[in-house]
Design a protein. Structure first.
Length: 212
């Protein structure tokens, strides 16, 4: 299966991407500020289920490509890296989006609807889609066999880190509503740092990594 060094390296890259405020984080923060802790945690659960659905879809569709075609694998990596840079530039230019998430927060809704909406955000998150399609396969070792199992395990690691990170965002936002919502400049800094980090991650993916 996946070696420990690959697993740790993947966990580190996953952490860097996950902590960057993206659609899922913005949605969790918006729910936490509008509806409180329970809605935030329900949203995190739904988003995580959506993200793991992506893992399964990518593993089933990309696993055979990883095993057979270095050309397609490299193309996926470079396209994904370029798109991450694009998302980073977009996030930096729209640094006020965290404030928009706060301003657009909706009234409280039922738990199942909150769960479903979190799932929808998780399964359509472009940052996560690109990561699973272009980055996750780099940490799979075809020589070890069980490519599908390796991808599912790596995806599980990503989602465990994602649950922890999104939960922290949600709990902090729910606990410090007034402080978090009262400073557009503070929120803009968070978004700006996230955009720059995403650009750096995209460049790093483009120039490093690959199948051995």
């Amino acid at each position: 299966m996946v070696s420990m060094d690959r697993l740790l390296a993947f966990a580190a890259v996953s952490f860097l991407l996950i902590v960057i405020p993206g659609p899922s984080v913005l949605f969790v923060i918006g729910r936490a500020l509008a509806q409180g802790r329970r809605a935030a945690l329900t949203t995190v659960l739904g988003s995580t289920l959506g993200a793991y659905t992506l893992v399964v879809a990518v593993a089933l569709g990309v696993g055979s490509v990883v095993e057979r075609s270095i050309v397609i694998f490299t193309a996926l990596k470079l396209i994904g890296a370029a798109y991450l840079v694009y998302l980073g530039v977009k996030a930096f230019r729209a640094r006020g989006s965290l404030q928009a998430a706060v301003d657009d927060a909706v009234p409280a809704r039922g738990g199942l609807r909150t769960l479903w909406e979190g799932f929808a955000v998780g399964v359509t998150n472009p940052k996560t889609i690109v990561f699973f399609a272009a980055v996750l396969p780099q940490f799979v070792d075809p020589d070890q066999g069980h490519v599908l199992g390796q991808m599912l395990l790596l995806g599980l690691v990503f989602n465990v880190i994602g649950v922890a990170s999104d939960t922290v965002w949600g709990l902090v936002a729910a606990t410090t509503r007034t402080w978090f919502a009262s400073s557009p400049r503070r929120l803009a800094r968070v978004g700006g740092i996230g955009g720059v980090t995403m650009i750096g991650l995209g460049v790093s993916i483009a120039v490093t990594g690959g199948r051995e």
